[in-house]
Design a protein around this ligand. Structure first.
Ligand SMILES: N[C@H](CCC[C@H](N)C(=O)O)C(=O)O
Length: 281
């Protein structure tokens, strides 16, 4: 079984091609849990499976978090999978990718940089107070696509200087907060300068911080654009693993197309030989 290991701004993925070597879809959650384990196997935030299109796209992207749960979408993953699609000739410079959250389009900018038009905002609650241990956090709740990928945005002053363990525990409590129907990815952000943010995301399904989150940056910038705190034009978002750019322009007071741009890295191409994996050939 061949795989690629890629990352998009440090958000890392194992990629398997179900068109080239088919497996039953029901095998993938267990495969994700096994292969994404960082000490016992290859290690990654998620597993992505390239599959035959069924809705008129160039191919289908199935996304599994490292705990085996299905993610409706993944922005950095989509940027990586578009590079895979281009480099394996599944698609051209511009491609349509079927995701659980709906169709997205991807565009190759150059060898390493890819841009995705993310699923549009389907839920936006700008005033979403969340109580944790007696403190009320003035959060925003956002979903992208349908079914929507859930995100919470919380401003944290001096984010870079905050104690990581404190932040992780807060992230975990917000991620599992009783007010959330299906949990959420929790995005902490700080506005560093006009149209320049620093962000850290505690991800659902990884249950920890990842180095970057594409839909997280798209959700935060969408909320901040509606609040008039950023312009929505090519907003820079720095994360631990790299820099992402979000375009979320407003036309007549409404958000229009949401674009995520950033780098990709093909770290390895190889064969899965994990001896604990019964399926490995
Ligand atoms: N890191 C991803 C999001 C993965 C979503 C996943 N954590 C879930 O909530 O199912 C991104 O770049 O958009």
């Amino acid at each position: 079984m061949n795989f690629w290991k890629m990352n998009g701004a440090g958000n890392d993925f194992i990629m398997l091609d179900n068109i080239a070597s088919p497996l039953p879809t029901t095998d993938y959650p267990a495969l994700a849990r096994l292969l994404c384990e960082r000490h016992l196997s290859i290690g990654a935030d998620g597993l992505m499976v390239i599959d035959h299109p069924t809705e008129g796209g160039d191919y289908k992207m199935r996304f599994y978090n490292s705990d085996g749960s299905i993610g409706e979408m993944c922005g950095n993953g989509a940027r990586c999978i578009c590079r895979y699609g281009y480099e394996t000739a599944l698609a051209g410079q511009t491609q349509r990718v079927e995701t659980t959250a709906g169709m997205i389009t991807g565009h190759r900018i150059d060898a390493r940089n890819y841009c995705i038009q993310l699923n549009s905002v389907t839920t936006m609650e700008l005033d979403f107070p969340m109580d944790v241990d007696g403190t009320t956090y003035q959060a925003c709740y956002i979903e992208l696509g349908n079914p929507g990928l859930p995100h919470v945005a919380v401003e944290v002053p001096n984010l870079k200087d905050q104690d990581e363990n404190w932040l992780r525990e807060l992230g975990r409590k917000l991620r599992w907060h009783q007010s959330l129907r299906k949990g959420a990815n929790v995005n902490f952000y700080e506005i560093l300068a006009p149209d320049h943010l620093y962000e850290r995301t505690f991800e659902r399904g990884v249950e920890d911080f990842t180095y970057a989150c594409g839909t997280g940056t798209g959700s935060v910038v969408s909320a901040l654009t509606l609040q008039g705190k950023v312009s929505g034009n090519h907003v820079t978002v720095d994360m631990v693993g790299g820099r992402l750019f979000i375009d979320a322009p407003m036309v007549d007071g409404t958000l229009t197309q949401l674009h995520l741009t950033g780098p990709t890295n093909i770290v390895a191409k190889g064969q899965v030989t994990d001896e604990d994996l019964c399926l490995a050939k």
